[in-house]
Design a binder for this molecule. Structure first.
Ligand code: IPE
Ligand code: IPE
Ligand code: MG
Length: 261
């Protein structure tokens, strides 16, 4: 991905003592970075605030993470914003989140235009409130011809639901005679997932210290490097992001083979 190195240097000026952009190998930036944005509720509760204020604060972190991804030259940046299980939260919180998704998307469209970011959604959007869906569609339409980074927002996303959906689609193709069941490949499965056409994540970051996937990208994360930080999502900034990429670059990715590194 094309990267403006001058902008990147300016963006990462004022580094804290233990960190520098020079710690990174700019030729080995992960192509696809994905984040499970977690800890908004705890962030708010610790401050004596309502959980919803944690979600509002989380929007600022997301904006910064999108910009950081662009500056670093990541090709695909994806985030888990709402899971199929998150409907189990109090109705008031769900409504706030749906409202926040719509409002944020409208507010951030100028950023997507400015940075040439193409929007994409992962998940079943049918179940979302009308306004949220309408705004999402507008975001898709307005960024469709952008050629820069892909920003994929997982909303009403569940990996098991996604895989079951792919199985249904493959079964339909097979039943219709378009596909030989004995010839179904991994690529056939991949092209029926919400992530069709996107590279698998190289780096998965989860904030707030939880060591689980919470039904996120089970298929796509098969060989992804995981990075978990105790930092809560509203506190996650460009420096935390840099730490994660630095850690990623120290990993030895073997994909089942052997390496001398
Ligand atoms: C992540 O923060 C945001 C969403 C899941 C929508 P949480 O709301 O899960 O925050 P915690 O985990 O309760 O602190
Ligand atoms: C995962 O966070 C989902 C998102 C970040 C959108 P949760 O807070 O819902 O996950 P659990 O419930 O702790 O596993
Ligand atoms: Mg959580």
């Amino acid at each position: 991905m094309l990267r403006d190195e001058e902008k990147l240097r300016a963006y990462y000026a004022d580094a804290p003592e233990d960190l520098s952009l020079d710690d990174l190998d700019l030729d080995r930036i992960p192509r696809h970075v994905s984040i499970i944005m977690d800890g908004n509720g705890r962030w708010a509760t610790r401050r004596g605030l309502d959980r919803s204020q944690g979600h509002v604060a989380g929007v600022d972190s997301l904006r910064e993470a999108v910009t950081t991804s662009v500056r670093l030259g990541v090709d695909v940046f994806s985030v888990y914003a709402f899971s199929t299980e998150n409907w189990n939260r109090p109705q008031r919180e769900v409504e706030l989140l749906m409202h926040l998704f719509a409002t944020t998307l409208v507010n951030e469209l100028p950023l997507f235009h400015q940075e040439n970011v193409r929007l994409r959604f992962l998940g079943d959007l049918e179940a979302l409130p009308e306004r949220t869906r309408t705004v999402f569609q507008r975001g898709l339409d307005e960024t469709a011809d952008h050629t820069g980074m892909v920003f994929a927002l997982a909303v009403n996303y569940g990996s098991r639901a996604e895989i079951a959906r792919a199985a249904r689609a493959l079964a339909r193709e097979a039943a219709g005679g378009a596909l030989d069941p004995d010839a179904i490949t991994e690529d056939d499965v991949s092209r029926h997932l919400y992530t069709a056409g996107l590279p698998d994540p190289d780096l998965l970051i989860r904030t707030s210290g939880e060591l689980r996937l919470s039904n996120y990208l089970l298929w796509q994360l098969a060989y992804t490097e995981f990075y978990v930080t105790d930092t809560l999502w509203p506190d996650f900034d460009r420096w935390e992001y840099l730490r994660a990429v630095r850690a990623f670059q120290h990993r030895s990715r073997r994909f089942g083979g052997v390496t001398n590194r």
